[in-house]
Design a protein around this ligand. Structure first.
Ligand code: ZN
Ligand code: ZN
Ligand code: ZN
Length: 423
């Protein structure tokens, strides 16, 4: 059964079906520790709150520094340390000592076997808990991609039997791209932190890819996460919209009138021209099936289609059921007559009695943004090609056809298809 541990960020948890899945190896990527720590420590705090035990492997900074940061975020470390919920493996301080003793930089390289041996001693204790490697970048620095792959695969293998959530801090800019991709190929999930955003690369057990959250910190340094986009929006469509707004500040949605030939994305006018020529050659026959309009100035079928108020040419109106009150002549939408379950004229304040006697219903009426009421709007077109406007009376009316293969056409087509290619 899938076992999810909450991250403590409500919106993130709801995207992740409840939290991070156990067991999994998650990479947390960023430019530097200051970007990663607030998020990482919030996760750790929530794991501890959920009763998980964990091991923190310090490679990039000393355990004391890490503890200091955690405490400054309000994590009650004394409590968790006193019941041995969290341990630190301080390789950083170890290296510091060796560096001082030997005065050689090469000793900073970490031996994977040694690291594993040290981690292994804690595994029984942190079983069902979490493991933090801070950082994977330091651990794999100077490794070739194969060795880095082996190492992270071993980490992943370790995660499964002990049912752990392993969090690996990563600084991609420090790593050789091949090493980075070798490391990533073993991750069950990836969070990428960049300035004020957190992007979910992918996460095991959740349908999230590339979703972006905005990170904000309150004055006490506590982190909160809000989705950058509404849940219903796909990343692809968001990119499409961003591309539009990279070119302009304003976008309108316009109703249009065009021709369409089903099953083809080719220009309909080119297709019609071709099919007309094939009709003349008796490959196709045709029958007219509808009339369509085109621009009286240039013949184009592409036009914007607008409805206008006959009085003021407003393009914006609403439509609804209306009532005409005979005695005062007032016409308005029915909802404006409704009052305490009865009908009352909003103009003369008389109660309406009987339909057909003192009032009538009008089943559809339009009202423009300027308050004009009318029973049918004016239809206006503006040609997308020549940009001139025309109304229905001025438009060209052209029959459109349905085309079908003739018997002759069918055998012609058969011959053309069976012709071997020239090359
Ligand atoms: Zn109007
Ligand atoms: Zn009235
Ligand atoms: Zn035109």
């Amino acid at each position: 059964m899938a076992n999810y541990v909450p991250t403590g960020f409500y919106e993130l948890d709801s995207r992740l079906n409840g939290g991070l899945i156990k067991a999994s190896c998650i990479g947390i990527c960023g430019e530097h520790a200051a970007q990663i720590y607030p998020f990482l420590f919030s996760l750790i705090q929530n794991f501890l709150k959920a009763g998980l035990r964990g091991l923190y492997v310090c490679l990039d900074s000393s355990a004391d520094d890490v503890k200091f940061h955690m405490k400054s975020m309000g994590i009650n470390l004394e409590h968790y340390e006193s019941d041995f919920s969290i341990f630190y493996l301080d390789f950083f301080t170890e290296s510091q000592k060796v560096l001082i003793e030997q005065a050689k930089i090469g000793v900073l390289e970490y031996e994977p076997e040694e690291t594993f041996r040290a981690i292994a001693q804690f595994l029984d204790w942190i079983k069902e808990g979490f493991l933090v490697i801070d950082s994977i970048s330091t651990l794999t620095l100077n490794m070739d991609p194969r060795k880095a792959y082996e190492l992270t695969r071993a980490l992943k293998l370790l995660t499964r039997p002990f049912n752990l959530i392993t969090l690996g801090v990563m600084y991609p800019s420090l790593l050789d791209p091949k090493v980075f991709s070798a490391v990533c190929s073993n991750a069950d999930g990836q969070f990428i932190i960049d300035k004020e955003t957190l992007r979910i690369g992918y996460v095991l057990g959740a349908q999230v890819n590339g979703e972006i959250f905005i990170l904000t910190k309150d004055h006490q340094g506590r982190l909160s996460l809000k989705p950058a986009l509404p849940r219903e929006i796909s990343g692809d469509m968001m990119l499409e919209v961003l591309n539009i707004f990279a070119k302009t500040n304003s976008v309108s949605v316009n109703p249009t009138l065009t021709l369409e030939v089903s099953l083809s994305s080719a220009d309909p006018q080119d297709l019609i021209f071709t099919m007309e020529k094939l009709r003349e050659a008796e490959v196709l026959n045709s029958r007219a099936h509808c009339s369509s309009i085109s621009c009286p100035h240039c013949g184009s079928y592409k036009a914007y289609f607008h409805l206008k108020c006959p009085q003021c040419e407003s393009l914006l109106f609403e439509k609804g059921e209306a009532i005409e009150h005979f005695s005062c002549g007032h016409v308005d939408f029915q909802r404006n007559f409704e009052r305490d379950g009865e009908l009352e004229c909003p103009k003369c304040r008389k109660k309406l009695r009987l339909v057909g006697v003192d009032y009538r219903k009008i089943y559809s009426i339009y009202r423009c943004a300027n308050g004009h009421m009318f029973s049918s709007p004016m239809i206006k077109f503006s040609c997308i090609k020549c940009q001139r406007a025309f109304n229905l009376e001025e438009a060209y009316l052209t029959p459109q056809h349905t085309y079908e293969l003739t018997d002759h056409g069918r055998s012609q087509l058969h011959k053309i298809k069976s012709q071997k290619p020239l090359l």
